[in-house]
Design a protein around this ligand. Structure first.
Ligand SMILES: Nc1ncnc2c1ncn2[C@@H]1O[C@H](COP(=O)(O)OP(=O)(O)OP(=O)(O)O)[C@@H](O)[C@H]1O
Length: 229
C-alpha cells in the first residue's frame, strides 16, 4: 500500500482570547485505493479535519505528509501546486460557476495546471463527463441540471487533473435518496475500479457503513472505535 496521507499529532487551534480547538491529536494514515468515511456528531471537527488534510487550512501543530511531501516544508506556490495535482474536492454544495457551461466548469482546473492544450482539455472534460453519464449536458449551464447531475459535474471537475486523492464534504448531504445512491456508487467505483482514494465526511450512516474504513471524531479527536473492515 502506498501512503497518501500521513498525519501525526495534527491539530488546529483558532487563536482568540479563549482559543478554539477545532481538532487535536490526529494520528491518521490513509493509503491509496481506500474509501474512508469521516463520521462524528455535528461540531466534532469533521470538516475542519478535511480542510487540514486537503491543504485548505494550515495546522497549528503536528505534521502532515501528502503523497510523500512534508507539507510544512512547502512554500505557498508549492502547496498550491500539490493541491492542484494531488487533491480533488467535492463539497455538499457543488460550487460550480453559474455563468460557465458544464464542460467549461470541468476544464477550469486543467487550465490552472497548463499541462494540456485547449483541445486536449476539451476532450478530457468530455470524456470525464461522459463517464459520469453527462454526455448530453455538456453545453448546459449548471442551473439547467438537477442536484444529482450538478454533483456529478462537481465530481468530474474534481477529477480534472487526475488527482490520486478526493476529499468530499457531505457529498450526498443535499441530495435525495436516489441521487445519493448514485453519487455513492460513483465514489465507490472511483476507489475500487479507478484506483482513487476517497475521504468523505458524511452524516449518512449507510454510506459510512459501506466505506472500507470509518474514522470517527468526537470533540475534535479520533475516537477509539475508529474501524476498518
Ligand atoms: N471559524 C470558526 N470560529 C469559531 N469556531 C469554529 C470555526 N470553525 C469551526 N468552529 C467550531 O469548531 C468545531 C468543529 O467544526 P466543524 O465544522 O469542523 O465540525 P463538523 O463535525 O464538520 O460539524 P457539522 O457536522 O455540523 O458540519 C465546531 O464546534 C465549530 O463551531
Amino acid at each position: 500500500m502506498k501512503t497518501l496521507v500521513e498525519a501525526r499529532d495534527l491539530g488546529r487551534v483558532l487563536p482568540a482570547t479563549v482559543p478554539v480547538t477545532l481538532v487535536e491529536n490526529i494520528d491518521l494514515t490513509i493509503g491509496d485505493n481506500e474509501f474512508v468515511a469521516i463520521t462524528g456528531p455535528s461540531g466534532s471537527g469533521k470538516s475542519s479535519l478535511l480542510y487540514l488534510l486537503g491543504l485548505l487550512d494550515q495546522p497549528s501543530h503536528g505534521s502532515l505528509h501528502i503523497a510523500g511531501h512534508d507539507t510544512a516544508r512547502l512554500k505557498e506556490p508549492e502547496r498550491a501546486a500539490l493541491r492542484l495535482e494531488s487533491i480533488g474536492f467535492v463539497f455538499q454544495f457543488h460550487f460550480l460557476l453559474p455563468e460557465f457551461s458544464v464542460r467549461a466548469n470541468v476544464e477550469l482546473p486543467m487550465r490552472k495546471l497548463a499541462r494540456l492544450s485547449a483541445s486536449q482539455r476539451r476532450a478530457r472534460a468530455e470524456e470525464l463527463l461522459d463517464s459520469l453519464g453527462l454526455a448530453d449536458h455538456l453545453d448546459k449551464l449548471p442551473e439547467q441540471l438537477s442536484g444529482g447531475q450538478r454533483q456529478r459535474v462537481a465530481i468530474a471537475r474534481s477529477l480534472a487533473n487526475d488527482p490520486p486523492l478526493l476529499f468530499a464534504d457531505e457529498p450526498t448531504g443535499s441530495l435525495d435518496t436516489q441521487s445519493s445512491e448514485q453519487v455513492f456508487n460513483i465514489l465507490d467505483e472511483l476507489v475500487h475500479q479507478r484506483g482513487k482514494t476517497v475521504v468523505a465526511v458524511t452524516h449518512d450512516l449507510d454510506m459510512a457503513d459501506r466505506a472500507d474504513r470509518r474514522v470517527h471524531l468526537v470533540d475534535g479527536r479520533l475516537a477509539d472505535h475508529t474501524e476498518s473492515h
